[in-house]
Design a protein around this ligand. Sequence first.
Ligand SMILES: *Cc1c(COP(=O)(O)O)cnc(C)c1O
Length: 372
Amino acid sequence: MGGAIAFDNMDFIDLKTQQSLIRSDIEKRIAAVLNHGQYVLGPEVAELEARLAAFTGAKHAIGVSSGTDSLLIALMALGIGPGDEVITVPYTWISSAEVIALAGATPVFVDIDPLSWNLDPALLEDALTEKTKAIMPVGIYGQTADMTAINQIAARHGNIPVIEDAAQSFGATHHGEQSCHLSTIGSTSFFPSKPLGGYGDGGALFTDDDELAEKMRWIRVHGQERKHHHPVLGMNGRLDTIQAAIILSKLDLFPDEVGRRQEIGSRYTDGIRNLPGIQTPQIAEGNTSVYAQYTILCDDREKIQSHLREKEIPSVPYYEVPLHLQPVFTNLGHQQGDFPITEKVASQCLSLPMSPYLNSADQARVISSLSC
Ligand SMILES: *Cc1c(COP(=O)(O)O)cnc(C)c1O
């Protein structure tokens, strides 16, 4: 390293520090599962569901196999299929639109707001048709969309169901209410790098609606109402007991981690705000963010990425190719220029190292590498 001061390699997302805090608790919880042997829908799944419901304030929480399956189960429970349209954003992880197509419906994209980078409610009404059967806003990078405005529009147009894709925003709040408890159905992911991540795949669904909750529970287990009775089409969408045990352990740390995420997010913004050529994330009024990613917009992303690379600081352009330009969605007939805000953000975005345990020395090193 030619005389430079040697640093430990910085993780893009540090999962090791957290593990060192809960490793023995996790081992105990896994041992308990090995002892009782109920690997599928065992008691830890029910315990986790009760804890998640209490945390969010939702009446029902349902553990499922992933944050993608959870969105699909939500669409299936709402009876969405061929001929239907579901609105989402082109600036998100592929799952949000993928599940709409998997359900046989058509994804209809609405561009994002230039400050929050979430669905722009001002553009929503123009995208509604009589085929619109659900609206799926995403809480990108850890803050929710303007769910209040979106819910109002949905209510005005015959109570269109709103599914919140909260895979990145679990733990965030919108006017004091928890993400996942802001609309008809909330959906989150426990993929390891998410704010509440497990050690594998998992997810959860949230609703206050008894009937929808029952249907989603059926769909999670092959549409089964009771043994050998299948009133609706379902899938294998269950959360593993061992995964639930791990997430229970992580949930104990989670409120503290949310606070740390907010502190680290603010420290990034304070340090970066005045640097030329960089836009920091704006947290909308009434929102808090869990900073699933800390993402900036760079006038010259190439230059900043190469500075970071020189210092061995990891960074990732989440999401550099918008969904309307992905080959898999060619059939939707979109082209460059259709969603200008999405395309601008996609061409400038860069996510920086972020975790609740990012220490201030490492963070200062990231910030100083941006300013050269
Ligand atoms: C991660 C993610 C998903 C999918 O979650 P998985 O658990 O990986 O299936 C869906 N939507 C968004 C916005 C995500 O970030």
